[in-house]
Ligand binder design. Structure first.
Ligand code: OKP
Ligand code: ZN
Length: 361
């Protein structure tokens, strides 16, 4: 299996985040990527072929098919504007947000101070923007774009359904059209979806894509981006009532022409273990098959693991290859993108478990 990665993804390294009201070391660390990369490159059967993405690849047009131009421009300028205004060199962090219960707004973000803009473009306190953040999030999106291109190329040349792994970091599924949050700045999965759909401009019909989000957290950004789009089916298994708190209910089923193209499968915190998870994954698989997509994009988080420091499901390591095997059964060309997972000791092993299960060895 091809694994696309970029050393530039390691650059984003904020010292702290605010968790339950207090500063703690940043959980979404560069070491996460190193752990996964090592686990794959040390595979005794050498099943994984690691390839670094070309840093010169211009992906701005691909990003702008998902994110608003003002948001991307904000991300690029946020740190320098902030420092110029006297902000702390550790990075941009908001302190106030436009709240839905405090309208009306006459907001022109271009005229705001840097700290006001930080709140306008972010929904929580887990997305500091450091001097190196922009370079890393662009590299992460570039990995997603390149992996999508390679999947399309491979699908045209072979009959067997196959998979590619995009080793994206920072993750993406919480990032919306114009907002960052939850360690996510650019929605790598959404950007990849649009690349898959636009890869063959002459195609008679626009390819349909299903996103299977198996990160512990609800992918509120992915849901928002495709909420009224019937060419993309989004299905998520996640913890009910946990972060990001305000989305992920089963009543959210899409709107307009996207009605029934959004499926949330919330699972209980604390009690969800392997068997309940796999049974629910089967429901997701059935819904994906019913949609009959041309491609599958998997938002691959392994923060469902029993000892994850910020989550509370009870999955064990052997469950991950069973998850991968079920994904393979869908028989679709599949693009895996890395999302969450914070238990460093088993992070590589668990991600590799899913991919091993998909490969079928
Ligand atoms: C990103 B991903 C929970 C605090 C949550 C942010 C979590 C972002 C998770 N008590 N802080 O989906 O793994
Ligand atoms: Zn997560």
């Amino acid at each position: 299996m091809l694994v696309v990665h970029s050393p530039l993804c390691l650059l984003h390294d904020p010292p702290t985040e605010i968790l339950s009201g207090k500063p703690v070391p940043y959980k979404e660390s560069p070491d996460r990527l190193v752990r996964v990369r090592n686990a794959l490159s040390n595979d005794p059967q050498r099943k994984y072929e690691l390839t670094a993405v070309d840093d010169g690849l211009d992906i701005l047009p691909d990003i702008l098919r998902v994110h608003s131009e003002d948001y991307v421009f904000y991300l690029r300028r946020a740190y320098s504007d902030w420092v110029e205004e006297g902000g702390d060199k550790q990075g941009v962090l908001p302190e106030s947000f436009p709240h839905p219960k405090l309208p009306p707004y006459k907001l022109d973000p271009a005229k705001m101070s840097a700290i006001a803009r930080a709140g306008y473009y972010c929904f929580d306190l887990s997305c500091p923007i450091t001097e190196d953040t922009f370079e890393a999030i662009m590299a992460s999106a570039r990995v997603a774009v390149r992996a999508a291109q390679l999947l399309v190329d491979g699908t045209q040349s072979t009959a067997a359904p196959h998979g590619i792994f995009a080793l994206t970091r920072p993750p993406g599924h919480h990032a919306g059209t114009g907002v960052c949050g939850g360690y996510c700045y650019l929605n790598n999965a959404a950007i990849a979806v649009r690349c898959l759909q636009d890869a063959v401009p002459s195609a008679a019909a626009k390819p349909r894509v299903a996103i299977l989000d198996i990160d512990y957290h609800h992918g509120n950004g992915s849901q928002e981006i495709f909420y009224s789009d019937d060419s993309v089916f989004y299905v998520s298994l996640h913890a009910e009532g946990d972060y990001p708190y305000f989305t992920g209910s089963s009543v959210e089923e899409g709107e307009g022409s996207g009605v029934k193209c959004n499926l949330n499968l919330p699972l209980p915190q604390h009690t969800t273990g392997n068997e309940q998870y796999l049974a629910t994954l089967d429901l997701a698989g059935k819904a994906i098959s019913d949609y009959s997509p041309d491609y599958l994009v998997v938002s691959l988080g392994v923060d469902t693991y029993k000892d994850d420091p910020i989550c509370c499901f009870n999955l064990t390591t052997p469950c991950y290859s069973r998850i991968g095997a079920r994904i393979r059964e869908l028989g679709l060309p599949t693009l895996f993108l890395f999302e969450g997972g914070y238990c460093m000791e088993v992070l590589g092993e668990n991600v590799k478990g899913v991919l091993d299960g998909f490969i079928g060895s």
